[in-house]
Design a protein around this ligand. Structure first.
Ligand code: HEC
Length: 112
């Protein structure tokens, strides 16, 4: 009986932590981050502004291209930029890991 209680205790703690981290994630204002830090190059419509296109941004509405990139690829590029394209600034110092992860569904949504 006692071990069951302990397992139950650990499990409910886990659920609590999971729901807490969801709440924290929900507090990230991805629309504001996109408007302030991404739209300059990627555009409100995800297709890329003239500046962005000069910098060789990809068209986020292109589902075929999105299909070639994993979520981890996106997290990695947003965090570290692209070493082969110095126009793509790394955001690892400007955004937290959670914020960067929260931006992936925003990018995905343009192709849906
Ligand atoms: C200064 C212009 C600029 C800004 C601002 C910018 N990007 Fe980019 N982004 C680029 C360029 C250029 C590329 C293409 C890089 C390449 O050559 O793969 C790119 C590529 C990407 C990609 C595709 C990466 C991949 O792995 O293929 C994602 C996702 C992305 N940006 C997300 C963001 C997000 C989210 C923000 C805001 C936090 C942002 N970008 C802000 C210029 C910018």
């Amino acid at each position: 009986m006692r071990s069951k209680a302990i397992i139950c205790f650990i499990f409910s703690g886990l659920i609590f932590c999971l729901s807490l981290s969801n709440t924290l994630a929900a507090d990230i204002d991805t629309a504001a981050i996109y408007a302030e830090k991404c739209a300059l190059c990627h555009g409100e419509d995800g297709k890329g502004t003239p500046t962005g296109i000069d910098f060789e941004v990809k068209d986020f509405t292109d589902a075929e291209w999105q299909g070639t990139r994993t979520d981890d690829d996106f997290v990695n590029s947003i965090t570290n930029g692209n070493p082969d394209n110095s126009n793509y600034l790394p955001f690892g110092d400007m955004l937290s890991e959670e914020e960067i992860k929260a931006m992936v569904p925003v990018v995905r949504a343009f192709a849906q």
